[in-house]
Design a protein around this ligand. Structure first.
Ligand code: F0G
Length: 457
């Protein structure tokens, strides 16, 4: 007998209160926040699905490991515990700890970027793209065409377009390409996985042209679980084995430990190349710290080492992927179009489909995200024209999709929280025709989604 209820494979050990608010209060709070959900106080949010980054609950073993942290400036045993845990899954020669993923990106692209250079990825995450462009280099996205079609059911919509990649290499020239990257899972493309077959093929193309191949591996365990579930011939493998194979195909990685490593803070950069590692460690010392702690306290390194052992549990990953699908499938069943198949860490509502009367340059994703907050106190995140519409030359264009991401923090919310989210989404969708677009009243020079002030149209 198998039961259909997906139980959380943990019990609650310590709790944080949720402060209840009314729709009237939220109407006022979001206006005060300039209709930007990043400007809200989290106390004013009921269910916070802004991000799955650093927002997960640590286990009792992680909290116990915090007590074991050694805060020595150099050569801390906590560093060795962390490095061993990383290399157990990703056996790269050099591991360089950073305070989060973007710090690893900043260091890597400072070392290998610069004007005239171009980096390919399935889809660059926003900080990855911004760090590349900041050095004067160019970031090119080469995801397969299905990856840009919200309704396509391709099982690995995060895959790199291999023909486009070879064409890119031949037209741009090997000498101008310091690295090829692949993001697992493809966050900006809907949390969609990349197949092992595709990673093998990208690796082979990079080898053929002598190009370094880097992973942006934030959600590596979720990606490995999808490979196990969906890829022919992978169903009997342990996810640890799949993860090690992925690592063996690459020359290095950038990592945010705020996702699958179950940390509240942390990241790393890893690679096999000795010379690049020396260069990156020197940059690390300028802004992050000594190479045995990076931007982290010894206690954080210890918590991450434990998180890396917990994230590869099959019971956990099965629950994680099924519970995210539970939310996505319920919305789809109610007629709300969501990116299909449901991704690993989040459900992405297709705001352009739900609000066809709001043109992309009036930000349908923003309109939907604000409505979810007003109606139900839910905080999601626009991933669309607000986030990607402003081009480096100053022009503005609709992004490929206008989505609202409901990202699920790890081990944080229960099924009843998610049932409430479903109800709120259905209520907002019922009144979708009444929603209006927004304009940007105040816009910063870069990464505008974080701090822009919006005004309703
Ligand atoms: N790469 C990917 C694929 C990410 O999703 C993120 C962060 C980063 C790099 C940067 O890592 O935040 O530790 O500096 N994503 C978060 C999100 C912020 O909400 O999706 P970071």
């Amino acid at each position: 007998m198998t039961f259909k209820t997906i139980i959380e494979p943990f019990k609650i050990h310590s709790v944080a209160p949720i402060r209840m608010t009314t729709p009237q209060e939220r109407e006022r709070l979001i206006e005060q926040a300039g209709y930007n959900l990043f400007s809200l106080r989290s106390d004013d949010v009921l269910i916070d699905l802004l991000t799955d980054s650093g927002t997960g609950a640590m286990s009792r073993n992680q909290w116990a490991a915090i007590q074991h942290g050694d805060e020595s400036y150099a050569g801390s045993p906590s560093w060795e515990i962390f490095r061993n845990a990383v290399q157990n899954l990703f056996p790269f020669k050099h591991v360089i700890p950073t305070h989060q993923g973007r710090a690893a990106e900043k260091i890597l692209f400072t070392a290998i970027g610069g004007s005239g250079k171009v980096i390919a990825n399935n889809t660059h995450f926003d900080t990855t793209r911004a760090n590349i462009e900041y050095t004067g280099a160019e970031a090119v996205d080469l995801v397969i065409p299905e990856g840009l079609e919200p309704a396509s059911r391709h099982p690995f919509k995060g895959n790199m377009d291999l023909i486009a990649l070879e064409k890119f290499i031949n037209t741009r020239g090997v000498e101008n390409i310091p690295a090829v990257m692949i993001t697992i899972t493809n966050n900006s493309g809907g949390g969609q996985p990349v197949s092992l077959e595709n990673i093998r093929a990208v690796s082979a193309i990079c080898k053929k042209y002598g190009l370094p191949f880097f992973l942006d591996a934030c959600r590596f365990a979720e990606n490995a679980w999808f490979i196990r579930e969906r890829e022919v011939g992978q169903g009997d493998r342990d996810v640890v084995d799949i993860i090690r194979e992925i690592a063996s195909l690459a020359d290095g990685m950038t990592m945010s430990a705020k996702k699958d490593p179950l940390g509240n803070i942390g990241g790393w950069l890893a690679m096999n190349d000795d010379e690049l590692a020396v260069n990156c460690r020197n940059l690390l010392i300028l802004t992050e710290g000594f190479p045995t702690y990076g931007g982290l306290a010894g206690r954080d390194l210890e918590a991450l080492a434990v998180g890396l052992t917990e994230i590869v549990s099959h019971d956990y990953l099965k629950y994680r992927i099924e519970s995210t699908a539970y939310l996505g499938n319920a919305l789809a069943k109610a007629g709300i179009s969501v990116v299909q198949p449901i991704g690993g860490h989040a459900v992405y509502i297709d705001a352009r489909a739900l609000l066809p009367h709001i043109p992309p340059l009036q930000y349908p994703g923003q309109a939907l995200a604000v409505a979810l907050y007003k109606v139900g106190g839910i905080r999601g995140c626009e991933i669309g024209t607000v986030m990607f519409g402003r081009k480096p030359d100053g022009s503005e264009e609709p992004s490929a999709m206008d989505l609202v991401r409901l990202a699920i923090p790890r081990r944080t919310y229960t099924q009843s929280h998610i049932d409430y989210v479903i109800e709120v989404c259905i209520e907002v969708a019922k009144n979708a025709a009444q929603l209006r677009g927004y304009r940007i009243a105040v816009e910063p020079a870069a990464l505008r989604h974080f701090t822009s002030v919006f005004a309703p149209l």
